[in-house]
Design a protein around this ligand. Structure first.
Ligand SMILES: Cc1ncc(COP(=O)(O)O)c(C=O)c1O
Length: 445
């Protein structure tokens, strides 16, 4: 009874608030299956349709102003329409968007990245994170002459065949030939022994371990103390390369998580914020490995091409965004993250809720789970109905979040807006409390 009432109330309010989005959704499904061209941007009953964004806010076609704590799934770090990024794009495109030659923008962005990220001696550019992980894995295989790659259960590395076939319980990955995943091994994140055992047993065939320093899209699950150091030691001892996929995690420090934790991999990928909100992927690493691409020293360098690689406008936009994402900017947005977490913990306590807020820097994931979360299996226990209702209810209250409880902040957000965000989540939890008491009382203190 209570369940139906709460669901109906939240869903009716949503439909009432976003009727134009519904119309647009119904038009779009005629041309794009499901009305969303990325699986994750669809949600029931239909997604909102955004007209434009400015600073910390997005504006729907209904004219609603929503605080944006999705920030394009982490690609945007200075808010929407940042003047420096817009200027770089305008100036860049006016000069011609892409020239298929080496460019000034490539030089500036490559230099900045190599100066900042400890694991980057040399880098190469591509157009998405998916491409970056695909090529970094190929690089590891080509360099070592070995085929197997070990990844973490719940680790996300994009949508290419060999990494997409795991762990997402709500996504179908049919169509991936078995052969594509034969050489992929998996161990649970934060399990010291499983990692050591699997690396040792497979060392002669294992090219690399690929991992996010913390599970990002998989729930902001942080490494246990000493875990990253352990992975570094085990891989080095067994002649296996270590790849950090920092496409999501880079934003927590100017030098990425590897600088924050002081653990330096052999190869690294970055993306998202590094393109200033435009499509980008980057992989790079130690000079001796990256020289496999060097045309000058080698008769036959490893082939890596792409029409849009190093797209000049993207390079300029990325440089504009990244050069002002300096120590002060990172400290500011990370402090917002701390404020957000502290506010939430107070709210959870006041509402007698035993649920989790996993946070690092400007990234935070709420989990409807009654124990601290250290691996992907626990993340899968989070109560989906509560996520769905929280997401819709927050949209009703003017907050645009990622459905699975992930919040991504930007430097355009103020401390007052974090207080507002906490208040709106608090209101939402109060709204959901009768349902939690009835159906999910294991989440009560
Ligand atoms: C850690 C990580 N790797 C790879 C990717 C894939 O990047 P893209 O969506 O740009 O292909 C993502 C995207 O969320 C990511 O978080």
């Amino acid at each position: 009874m209570i369940e139906e009432q709460i669901e109906k109330k939240i869903e009716d309010a949503y439909k009432e608030k976003f009727p134009v989005s519904k119309e647009r959704h119904e038009q779009l499904i005629n041309y794009i299956p499901g009305g969303a061209t990325r699986s994750l941007s669809y949600f029931k009953p239909y997604p909102i349709h955004i007209d434009y964004g400015q600073g910390a806010y997005v504006y729907t076609h209904e004219g609603h102003k929503l605080l944006d704590v999705t920030n394009a799934y982490g690609a945007i770090v200075h808010g929407h329409g940042d003047p420096d990024v817009v200027r770089a794009v305008r100036d860049g495109i006016a000069k011609g968007s892409q020239y298929s030659t080496p460019t000034d923008g490539q030089y500036k962005l490559a230099k900045l990245l190599c100066e900042r990220v400890p694991g980057f001696d040399k880098v190469r550019f591509l157009n998405s994170g998916t491409e970056a992980t695909l090529f970094v894995m190929r690089t590891a295989r080509a360099y070592t002459g070995k085929d197997k790659i070990l990844k973490m259960i719940g680790g996300f590395h994009g949508t290419h065949d060999s990494v997409a076939a795991s762990t997402k319980k709500n996504v179908i990955t049919a169509g991936i030939p078995e052969g594509m995943t034969e050489a992929i091994l998996e161990v649970p994140f934060n399990d010291f022994d499983a990692l050591e055992k699997t690396v040792k047993e497979n060392a002669s065939e294992l090219a690399a371990v690929i991992m996010e320093p913390f599970l990002g899209a998989g729930g902001v699950v942080l490494p246990k103390p000493g875990y990253l150091e352990h992975v570094r030691k085990v891989t080095s001892d067994n002649n296996v390369l270590l790849i950090f996929d920092e496409i999501f995690s880079y934003r927590v420090n100017t030098g990425g998580c590897q600088k924050l934790f002081g653990v330096i991999p052999d190869l690294t990928t970055v993306g998202k914020v590094v393109g200033g909100g435009l499509p980008i992927g980057v992989f790079g690493g130690k000079e001796e490995i990256m020289n496999i691409f060097c045309h000058e020293n080698t008769e036959k360098p490893l082939y890596h091409s792409g029409t849009f690689n190093g797209y000049e406008t993207v390079m300029q936009a990325g440089y504009a965004a990244l050069s002002k994402y300096d120590e002060a900017a990172v400290a500011y947005v990370n402090k917002l993250g701390d404020q957000f977490k502290n506010g939430l913990l107070e709210s959870f306590k006041a509402n007698r809720l035993n649920i989790q807020a996993n946070q690092i820097g400007s990234l935070l994931n709420i989990h409807f789970v009654n124990e601290p979360i250290t691996n992907a299996d626990q993340v899968l226990k989070s109560e989906e109905q509560l996520h769905r209702l929280m997401h819709l209810s927050l949209l009703n209250k003017g907050i645009f979040t990622i459905p699975r409880g992930l919040f991504i902040l930007s430097t355009a957000i103020t401390e007052e807006e974090i207080d507002l965000l906490v208040n709106k989540i608090d209101e939402t939890l109060k709204e959901l409390l009768p349902l939690i008491e009835e159906k999910y009382n294991h989440l009560l203190l």
